[in-house]
Write a new protein. Structure first.
Length: 247
């Protein structure tokens, strides 16, 4: 891990803790005051200032499973002691708020976390972001899938999940990587629909609401489409788009 000289940004000191080149471009870990932030190819991705919407991503999916018949009774995943619970796929790891929140909920069974950036996984296992994920990567229910989410989802005979909780971009209208655009269109939503168990829930994090994405979800055959908003200190609220694959 490399350390650069601190910079001044307004009244805050910003320190670049690590900068790496990977197959998808540059990824940077910075410390701003007492918080950390991840920058991908020059685009701000996320920080540790406020994790409410990242936690809502997980909670809203579980609540929707509960509403439809009891998350504790579903059998999409299996914990290490054999107790059944709903399975969830989280994409990606980021600063770890979503994964840590899922691990803290005993009703989840299998928890798969997809992260394509080796650097981000390393920052959690051996670096400062481990304080945010709180050792969640070592939970017996967790499987870390070091791969690109789109490539993983494209496997036609791949595993189905009770919940897909996606946070790999700044939203459907603001992708970090151009190739991610296809995930939010008709073809990508068809892939997501097939990767859900009947009655399963799709939750997508976004830095802003997207009426167009809501319409795309309905056109792709999803039901119970809803948008949950989380106010932020400045600008439009963060949101979680929620939808269900009909049983």
């Amino acid at each position: 891990m490399t350390t650069a000289l601190p910079e001044r940004d307004g009244h805050e000191t910003v320190v670049t803790l690590d900068r790496r080149e990977g197959p998808f471009g540059e990824v940077v870990l910075r410390q701003r005051g007492r918080h950390y932030e991840i920058i991908a190819n020059g685009c701000f991705l996320m920080d540790t200032v406020d994790g409410r919407s990242e936690r809502l991503l997980i909670q809203a999916a579980l609540d929707e499973l509960d509403r439809a018949g009891g998350a504790g009774e579903r059998a999409g995943g299996t914990v290490g002691d054999g107790a059944a619970g709903p399975s969830v796929l989280i994409g990606g790891l980021g600063v770890g708020f979503s994964l840590a929140y899922a691990v803290a909920e005993p009703r989840w069974g299998r928890i798969a976390i997809v992260e394509r950036e080796d650097a981000i996984i390393d920052w959690h296992r051996n670096g400062p972001l481990g304080a945010c994920s709180g050792g969640a990567l070592e939970d017996e229910r967790v499987a870390v899938l070091h791969t690109d989410l789109l490539e993983y989802l494209a496997v036609t005979d791949g595993e189905r999940y009770d919940a897909l909780c996606l946070d790999i971009d700044n939203g459907p209208d603001w992708t970090v990587t151009d190739s991610n655009n296809g995930l939010y269109g008709a073809d990508g939503l068809a892939v997501l629909w097939h990767r859900l168990q009947p009655g399963g829930v799709l939750a997508v994090w976004s830095a802003q609401p997207s009426v167009a994405f809501e319409e795309a979800l309905r056109a792709a055959g999803f039901s119970d489409v809803a948008t949950h908003e989380i106010p932020v200190s400045r600008g439009v609220p963060d949101v979680v788009h929620l939808a269900r694959r009909a049983g």
